[in-house]
Design a protein around this ligand. Structure first.
Ligand SMILES: [Zn+2]
Length: 472
């Protein structure tokens, strides 16, 4: 931790300010002319100690400590065993009883289109993508999968530029989309004059060709739209089971992970039988039955329920623009714009059908709780990057999860769903992607918003500078 951020934290007002961090710097000796030292005595080694560690997989370490070397966590344990003695010369960062949890892993969002005062394909530039990666980082999201709406030439270039260190932000993963001609995302995207389309496929052979071409471009995640999404375009044709079977089979051969957009129980069952293991959305049309639950358990399926999207009209939802935690990252004019838009948005009266659907969502969610992972749909239908992730966690708990379960769904399990072994846990060997919190989210899930600091790949995110940039 640098001194600037230390002084910022010490200077924080509010109920947690008393627990100021203390910093002990030890000077490492580096021989002249030697390459950068990455041993335990390097100044880049930092020992974070004296906090509650939420590992991410359900374990909690009281009075814990962990050693970060470069961008990796190299040792984790309790503060009595992981001491300065195991890392002589390391910078010691006293956590002062704070809570550390893994950075979040968001598996469903749409980067690039949001402009905060505008929305559309015209916003899809490198600069805007980088901004969205920083938005996620600001809120403690370490990894983001953008699903099926990215302009691939731009997206893959930005992904590569991030990997070679040109900028920070949440780790960017791109998931191109495939579907039936005229299918794909909702009209909000497809009615845009600049919509670049999806990979439309009409036969199993074509589908395999698309998967192979994406693999050759370095794509590791693919989204498929199974629903007949767009009545306006007259598609009304679901992706044929023979086609998605070919995609799933070819993807397996190419080491590509597929996530399927499907919202009905029947489609979920067929897709799982064909080899699908990841879903954007859960069945919203019917109560899940034992046959489905057995399939989900036997095939180790992961579900992104996207509760924020399906509960937008629930009476308990307060508007984002009223929340100071949201307001931190936008200028007043954006708050005013959202307020005006909401005032003109006459919500239809709530019906018995709405209530019935809300019950199905809640019941299905709880029956699938061990398979749920985090995804927000931010960038498409609202709630906004990074902020939406905390809302989703809150909604998981509102529907019945414990805070510990919600955090596991949003970190370790979400990472595992996509084979992202390098992140998602405060664990030796993983990337140092974590959030330091002033209050414990295991007591109250909304404490994930009490962010003292975010570290991604071992580097502290300069939240203050980002906030200043966004609110000016
Ligand atoms: Zn989406």
């Amino acid at each position: 931790m640098d001194l600037r951020s230390l002084s910022r934290m010490v200077g924080r007002s509010g109920r947690h300010a008393a627990a100021a961090l203390t910093l002990v710097l030890a000077v490492a000796s580096v021989a002249d002319g030697q390459p950068p030292d990455v041993s335990a005595t390097s100044p880049t080694a930092r020992l974070f100690t004296g906090g509650r560690l939420i590992v991410g997989d359900g374990r909690v370490i009281e009075n814990g400590a962990f050693l970060v070397r470069g961008e990796r966590i190299v040792r984790v344990g309790n503060a009595a065993e992981v001491t300065a003695a195991v890392a002589p010369g390391a910078t010691v960062v006293e956590l002062g009883g704070r809570t550390v949890m893994p950075a979040l892993v968001n598996t469903h969002a749409h980067l690039g289109w949001e402009g905060y005062t505008s929305w559309g394909s015209g916003n899809f530039t490198r600069d805007n993508l980088v901004d969205h990666l920083h938005r996620h980082a600001y809120y403690g999201v370490g990894t983001i999968i953008s699903t099926g709406s990215d302009l691939e030439e731009v997206a893959l270039e930005v992904r590569l530029a991030q990997r070679v260190g040109e900028f920070g932000g949440a780790r960017y993963l791109v998931s191109p989309g495939g579907g039936t001609p005229g299918g794909g995302p909702n009209p909000r995207f497809t009615n845009d004059a600049g919509w670049w389309g999806l990979h439309a496929v009409t036969s199993p052979a074509e589908a395999r060709e698309v998967v192979r071409a994406e693999a050759a471009r370095g794509v590791r995640i693919l989204k498929i739209w199974v629903d007949a999404r767009d009545e306006q375009r007259g598609a009304r044709v679901k992706l044929h089971p023979d086609i998605y079977a070919a995609i799933l089979d070819e993807a397996q051969a190419q080491d590509i992970r597929v996530i399927a957009h499907a919202t009905t129980l029947e489609d979920h069952k067929r897709l799982i039988a064909a080899g699908a293991r990841r879903f954007i959305h859960m069945p919203y049309d019917a109560a899940v039955d034992d046959e489905y639950l057995e399939l989900v358990a036997a095939r180790n399926v992961f579900i992104v329920p996207t509760i924020g999207m399906v509960t937008r009209r629930e009476p308990y939802r307060r508007p984002v623009y009223e929340d100071p935690f949201f307001q931190e990252q936008v200028p007043d004019e954006v708050v005013a714009m959202l307020r005006d838009a909401a005032a003109g948005d006459g919500a239809p009266p709530r019906t018995a059908a709405d209530d019935a659907r809300a019950r199905v969502v809640r019941d299905n969610f709880m029956r699938l709780r061990d398979h749920v992972i985090l995804g927000t749909d931010a960038g498409a239908v609202g709630d906004f990057f990074g902020y939406a992730d905390h809302l989703e966690l809150e909604l998981f708990v509102r529907l019945g999860m414990t805070p510990a379960e919600a955090i596991e769904a949003a970190t370790t399990r979400a990472a595992r769903a996509f084979g992202l072994d390098e992140t998602g846990a405060v664990e030796a060997g993983r990337s140092a992607d974590f959030v330091v919190l002033d209050a414990d989210p295991l007591d109250d899930i909304t404490n994930t918003r009490e962010i003292a600091a975010v570290y991604l790949r071992g580097v502290e995110v300069d939240r203050e500078a980002l906030r200043a940039r966004w609110t000016e």
